[in-house]
Design a protein around this ligand. Structure first.
Ligand code: PEP
Ligand code: MN
Length: 340
């Protein structure tokens, strides 16, 4: 449930309510809006049966929250969240472009790609060091060496970095080298990993599970937030359907639907959604048009030789063209864009 305070509520009256709630063994989450303050209550609300919160000074109303996710719920935090990762901000005023290879293959390859995507307008570098592959015989990633190369690429280009983690050990390593960790589609409901990501304190990009509903996805975010880590960005990356023309089906309706349910920033990954490089640009445009706060795009210096996801990876010139073509779309949204 949430307690909505009157517009003129004083600091003392807000504190009186939060202290009363805490005295019953529940947690509070205060969201100070431009007009009103909302106090979210986390925990078993039946414990508040005798608290009489409605008669406290400056309490306007008490509203039950029926969804199982609370901290990620827009009702708890009615304004969109902004989140800074290195020198990048995810939120309603900016458009973040994350680009890079599916997998870190060599230090030289990563540096070449990092420099090229930066020149074209990317503001964050991606690169997988731990690859959750469908086949155990496919390239599994360079692990800690890959993370080390990500750090070098950041030092050389100034780009903030993100890398997927697939285990608690990978989280412990990633903390030393990158700015943000990614929990991939295959691990979206790995609840133990979600909790560990929460404890790490690092910003988390949480991708949608292959067949996850929005409610399941937001509950996954809740696992991270319940550990005290509110720095989460959601990433729509396509879902499993009967269609085979694309690798997955990009559910763009998830973007406005999520925005009605959560305050967390939402980005789109058209590369994994389609698996086809020619579809990446049109869907990137559509993602911006429907309200995405950013994009994640796979780019490779030689896609034909890529150790993973070559068919969906853009070449340098295709990525450069994508940044140029997206600029007017971003301008229409009024967001700032560090690209060309
Ligand atoms: C990735 O981003 O490299 C990846 C494996 O994506 P997903 O988890 O969306 O399949
Ligand atoms: Mn990939």
């Amino acid at each position: 449930m949430i307690v909505v305070m009157k517009p003129q509520a004083s600091e003392e009256s807000i504190q009186a309510v939060t202290e009363a709630i805490k005295s019953y063994g529940l947690e509070t989450h205060v969201s100070q809006g431009r007009q009103i303050t909302i106090i979210g209550v986390v925990g078993d609300k039946t414990k508040l049966a005798n608290a009489n919160l409605e008669i406290f000074e400056n309490v306007q109303k008490i509203v039950p929250v029926t969804e199982s996710y609370k901290l990620s719920n827009i009702v708890f935090h009615p304004e969109p969240s902004s989140l800074s990762v290195g020198n990048v901000t995810f939120g309603p005023d900016s458009m973040v472009i994350i680009a890079g290879p599916c997998a870190v293959e060599t230090e030289e390859q990563l540096l070449r790609i990092a420099k090229a995507v930066k020149k074209s307008g990317a503001n964050m570098l991606r690169g997988g060091a731990y690859k959750p592959r469908t086949s155990p015989y496919s390239f599994q990633g360079l692990e800690e060496d890959g993370l080390r190369y990500m750090k070098t690429a950041k030092e050389e280009t100034g780009l903030s970095t993100i890398c997927e983690v697939i285990s608690p050990d990978a989280i412990n390593a990633a903390v030393k080298y990158v700015d943000m960790i990614q929990i991939g589609a295959r691990n979206m409901q790995n609840f133990f990993l979600l909790k560990e990501a929460g404890k790490s304190g690092l910003p988390v990009l949480l991708k949608r599970g292959l067949s996850a509903t929005l409610e399941e996805w937001l509950n996954a975010a809740e696992y991270i937030m319940a550990e005290g880590n509110e720095n989460i960005v959601l990433c729509e990356r396509g879902i499993r359907t009967f269609e085979t023309a694309t690798r997955n089906t990009l559910d763009l309706s998830a973007v406005p639907a999520l925005k009605s349910k959560t305050h967390l920033p939402v980005i789109v990954d058209p590369s994994h959604a389609t698996g086809v490089r020619n579809y990446v640009l049109p869907l990137a445009k559509a993602s911006i048009a429907c309200g995405a706060d950013g994009l994640m795009i796979e780019v490779h210096d030689n896609p034909a030789k890529a150790l993973s996801d070559g068919p969906q990876s853009l070449t340098f010139s295709q990525f450069d063209e994508l940044c140029r073509e997206l600029a007017p779309y971003v301008n229409l949204t009024g967001r700032s864009f560090h690209g060309v």
